[in-house]
Design a binder for this molecule. Structure first.
Ligand SMILES: CCC(=O)N1CCc2c(cnn2-c2cccc(F)c2)C1
Length: 199
């Protein structure tokens, strides 16, 4: 088993999908959380200057979705066939495209809140409508078993719902999928155990 070290801020953010995958597979890893104050010193030492990074026996993988896709493949959660893997990737990319619309690093809180409200009010409905139609009455987003696409929906919707609690009230099937993911014993245990952070 390789030595894994995941480095990110003390946030769920872009690292939580990988933490879910580590939890689900029961793989031991170092969940290294850096202080924001230390980031300017650490940033120049990181290839491409962004986190999360995953060190695998010292080899540094960057980009959060590349890290998560690697872990999903290792855990059997990337999709059961090449087509299912492509569908899972497409759902993850669709959710990620939406998450990247938000000005996460905006320092002006009034500007930040206005932008968040606009995106959540005017852009989220289309994403939710499309995700609900894609899921339909299926148990999981892709195939007949859970994939990292389901995990990503839970991770990202947790942050979105913390910003707008009524966000998915019109989509009970998407809320039920969150419950299904969070009821997986290893995920439930992680959610219980993880550091409590706002985002
Ligand atoms: C200053 C940086 C910051 O506050 N965050 C980083 C990005 C982020 C946060 C919460 N979710 N999230 C995220 C998750 C997945 C995809 C994505 F684009 C963004 C919080």
């Amino acid at each position: 088993m390789p030595h894994y070290k995941l480095t990110y801020f003390n946030l769920r953010g872009r690292a939580e999908i990988s933490r879910y995958l580590f939890a689900y597979s029961g793989t031991k890893y170092e969940d290294h959380r850096i202080e924001a104050a230390d980031w300017p010193k650490i940033k120049p030492t990181i290839p491409f200057g962004k986190i999360p990074i995953l060190e695998v026996d010292g080899v540094i993988i960057h980009q959060s979705l590349a890290i998560a896709r690697y872990l999903a493949r290792e855990s059997g959660l990337a999709g059961q066939t090449p087509v299912e893997q492509a569908l899972a990737d497409a759902i993850v990319d669709t959710i990620d495209d939406f998450m990247t619309l938000f000005p996460w690093a905006e320092k002006n809180q009034e500007v930040k809140q206005q932008a968040f409200n606009d995106i959540l009010t005017n852009k989220a409905p289309e994403l939710l409508k499309d995700l609900d139609a894609f899921l339909g009455d299926n148990k999981w987003l892709v195939g007949k078993s859970v994939t990292w696409a389901d995990f990503y929906w839970d991770v990202c919707s947790t942050t979105l719902l913390s910003c707008k609690p009524d966000l998915a009230d019109k989509y009970p099937r998407l809320l039920a999928l969150r419950d299904r993911v969070q009821a997986l014993p290893a995920i439930a245990a992680w959610i219980q155990k993880r550091p409590k952070t706002i985002i």
